[in-house]
Write a protein that binds this ligand. Sequence first.
Ligand code: HEM
Length: 403
Amino acid sequence: MCLIKELPLLLPPALLALFVYFYLAGSKRKRPNLPPGGRGWPLLGETIGYLKPHSATSTGEFMVQHIRRHGKIFKSNLFGGPTIVSADAGLNRFVLQNEGRLFECSYPKSIGGILGKWSMLVLVGEMHQTMRMISLNFMSSARLRDVLLPEVERHTLMVMSSWKEGVAFSAQEEAKKFTFNLMAKNIMSMEPGDPETEQLRMEYITFMKGVVSAPVNLPGTPYWKALKSRANILRVIEKKMEQRTEGCEKRVEEDDLLGWALKQSSLSKEQILDLILSLLFAGHETSSMALALIIFFLEGCPKAVQHLREEHQDIVKKKMERGEAAGLNWEDYKQMEFSQCVINEALRLGNVVRFVHRKAIQDVSYGGYDIPRDGKSCRCSQRSIWTPNFTPSRTNSSHGGGS
Ligand code: HEM
């Protein structure tokens, strides 16, 4: 009787004690061993620091400070969620080698908004494979040899002939113009210098500023402007598609990616638009940055420039001795061993793609740390090992010396 009377008084502390017990027991059991790191601001986390622009020849303040404080594997809060960031070569290799089994591609939602939900950077599984096969079949080695190589040479000569003696120009801008024109030609048969191509290029510049900005969709922000440019670019691609599909019997078959994708009848209009836009992005941004980096590194390495010049002059001399036409062919390209070393070394030192984003699809353990399933993504920094001297010969033992 007495106990019943006291029950209302005893019950709350008893329930509280039970709750604390189960909470502690549960958290002890489930708490994963995450790498060290911080959380940053509520909601924003450390996203602003992560997105802060930095030179492509540096690792960036965000990575430098975090690695110094926590080591090469650390936790953070990026794009609204807990994230594990890795600059560790072993973990990066492990993540990429286990693609599809333990990890899958997982870019922030804002990337999907900009590149489109059918972009290869957003898709996973079967649809990703389909889109990849379409792109790879288009970029077959036969096409690279017979179509792309002569096109690259034509565009290179065109850009170089526009340079005036004694007039300074931005190598990066020229690299961007060159790769954009090359991609626009191969993707939609658009000619360099045409008003339509130039207008598309301007839209693309605005678009690109948004891809690498904070995903704030408010009037006037770079992200908002980029979404508008995306719509304008898609309108141009759509118009091209309509021109090709109307009056089918009369139309000229263009040997470009758009023509190729239109032949793949299983793809919808929306899918083709996203495929074209994301390939324009994937091919242009990366190659132009790589070209600019090569020029940057060569400027500080006269010995490598001399080596390159000798390699190319030697190829030209031998072609002339054989009585071959002047144009570059696949055999000439294959002889450019040192040129390939220069490209490899610039890609090793430069930061073309700063991060690849992956999500663990099951609980994973690596090096004593736990990478929990889902919610936590793993962003791997490309530059895991950094040796700051530009030394192209390091990638080929037959070439002695370097810078
Ligand atoms: C120096 C030049 C380039 C670099 C450094 C580069 C780098 C990369 C990287 C790191 C990825 C992986 C992204 C990820 O899985 O999260 C990627 C994917 C991709 N790149 Fe490139 N890329 C270059 C040139 C190109 C070019 C010229 C094209 C096409 C014309 C291209 C088309 C693609 C496509 C379609 C994907 C997605 C593949 C997939 O998800 O299966 N890239 N690139």
